[in-house]
Design a protein around this ligand. Structure first.
Ligand code: BES
Ligand code: MN
Ligand code: ZN
Length: 497
């Protein structure tokens, strides 16, 4: 059970005791139709504790056998990210009181605003408790009753937010799972279950990939006892038009292979499938929301292990595109998986645009810290749309360069390409490597190594698997406008730029 929030819309006060929740505006503004004596008491209490209604601040007040949870909204509460954040704080404050029930009285809020508050509370309530044997998740349930003048549980707005929250939780669940439970085959099985939402799910096994010539992807998986898979999730909401394509790196565990990683922190590499999780979650959201467009999600699933059969540094593999790759470092495996996944997606679906997500490099964390996903693209039009989608959803991206100077660093003496560049600009050379496997489709690569997992909670994202990318992709698909590739492509012989 991914969420411990139970949301109930109710016309009247819930039976039994529930903490009454009041939103308080700037300078202790209380909603006008609150009982006068109660309002006077609350104002007194706020003054005593210097509570001014500043945004996100909370306070508990007891009066006439009832507890009141006051939540500051600041001067003006807007729908969108601010309202979600407030909803997240509302949930945490309610949970912290130890109470199991809260009642958000009718504040005559705009539907959109209230839906966003509920959505924020829902996102904040996520927890992954699958492997605790003293499973207390039933007692951990928090019930939030909401009284509203317009919005109801079955309002389209609420159904839409629920579908989106479900997509985020699909991704978080996948990211949290340990690699002995979630491996290429079991990941693919989970994708199959999404057929319930109306997605067409197709699974390619190793034999099928062999036939297609996916030597780059298969080379990464060949050292593992777990078979590799490629999963295609197709949402056909848009008739015959060419689809938008989402592509994900799904390395269910990355030991580094023969270029073995050091032990410290290696457990983090269970979430090296964060890109595939984001794509899967986004497809779940898109299908759940019944979007009127065609969207296809493709994920490459492999486990990168050292073994007697593992690929060696120096091996040369032939990718599906026909390009040969010298594998200098077996730990630069994500790009090998994506090389084939991108080429397959572009040639089979001829998409109108293609966005891939991957926990691709440690170098992107060196560049951007954990604040942004790194965005690399051959289309400034797509860059603008991704930047906008990132800003409204709170899943921001920062535009990084591509360019011929970086491409040169990928030249091999014995093959078309090698899989690593020099010591510097590692996130950029990784992106340039991918660019070799995209032809003339508007494409963006998002390096989300700093975003898929978080060590500290924020109001709507608990610690651990973040589900980063689901909302970003969902928004992009919603708002997408026709784009083209930039005329000065960066893979020519000209200088960087
Ligand atoms: N999965 C890692 C990147 C990564 C690092 C993700 C930290 C999340 C957190 C990737 O496969 C990798 O190992 N990249 C190498 C590339 C290098 C060998 C060129 C890296 O970043 O060190
Ligand atoms: Mn690696
Ligand atoms: Zn990796």
């Amino acid at each position: 059970m991914p969420t411990k929030l139970q949301l109930t819309f109710t016309a009247d006060a819930p039976k039994g005791d529930a903490i009454t929740i009041c939103l308080i505006g700037k300078d202790c503004q209380i909603i006008p139709d609150l009982d006068q004596a109660l309002a006077a008491h609350l104002i007194d209490a706020m003054a005593a504790f210097q509570f001014t209604g500043a945004v996100g601040k909370t306070m508990l007040v007891y009066h006439n056998q009832t507890s009141y949870l006051l939540i500051g909204t600041g001067a003006e509460l807007r729908a969108g990210a601010a309202a979600e954040k407030l909803g997240g704080k509302l949930f945490s404050a309610l949970a912290e009181t130890g109470a199991k029930r809260g009642w958000l009285i009718d504040h005559k809020l705009d539907d959109q605003l209230l839906a966003d508050i509920c959505f924020g509370a829902e996102l904040a309530s996520y927890h992954f408790d699958r492997y605790f044997t003293d499973n207390k998740s039933a007692d951990a349930q928090v019930q939030l009753f909401v009284t509203a003048s317009g919005l109801q549980a079955d309002s389209p707005l609420m159904a839409d937010r629920r579908a989106l929250a479900n997509g985020v939780f699909v991704a978080r669940d996948l990211v949290f799972e340990p690699a002995n439970k979630l491996f290429p085959e079991s990941f693919a099985t989970r994708c199959s279950a999404l057929a319930d939402l109306g997605l067409e799910v197709e699974i390619l096994d190793e034999a099928a990939m062999q036939k297609l010539g996916m030597g780059a992807l298969l080379g990464v998986g060949q050292g593992s006892r777990r078979e590799s898979r490629l999963v295609v999730m197709n949402w056909r909401g848009g008739g015959d038009e060419a689809p938008l394509a989402l592509v994900g790196k799904g390395v269910t565990f990355d030991t580094g292979g023969i270029s073995l990683k050091p032990p410290k922190g290696m457990e983090d590499m269970k979430w090296d499938m964060g890109g595939a999780a984001a794509v899967t979650g986004a497809m779940a959201a898109i299908a759940g929301r019944k979007i009127g467009k065609n969207v296809v999600g493709v994920i490459g699933l492999v486990e990168n292990m050292p073994d007697g059969n593992a690929q060696r540094p120096g091996d040369v593999v032939t990718s599906m595109s026909g390009k040969t790759i010298e594998v200098i470092n077996t730990d630069a495996e994500g790009r090998l998986v994506l090389a084939d996944a991108l080429h397959y997606t572009e040639t089979r679906f001829k998409p109108r645009m293609m966005v891939n997500l991957a926990t691709l490099t440690g170098a992107i964390i060196v560049s951007l810290g954990k604040e942004f996903g790194g965005m690399f693209t051959n289309s400034s039009g797509l860059a603008a749309q991704l930047r906008a989608a990132g800003a409204v959803t709170g899943e921001p991206v920062w535009h990084m360069p591509l360019g011929a100077a970086y491409h040169k660093m990928l030249k091999s003496h014995i093959a078309d390409l090698k899989n690593i560049g020099g010591p510097y600009g590692g996130a950029i050379t990784a992106a340039c490597f991918l660019e070799n496997f995209v032809n003339d489709t508007p494409w963006a690569h998002l390096d989300i190594a700093g975003k898929a997992w978080s060590d500290k909670a924020t109001p709507t994202v608990p610690k651990g698997g973040t589900g980063y990318g689901v909302r970003l992709l969902n928004q992009l698909v919603d708002d997408w406008q026709e784009v083209s590739c930039d005329s000065a492509t960066s893979d020519g012989d000209d200088d960087a730029g």
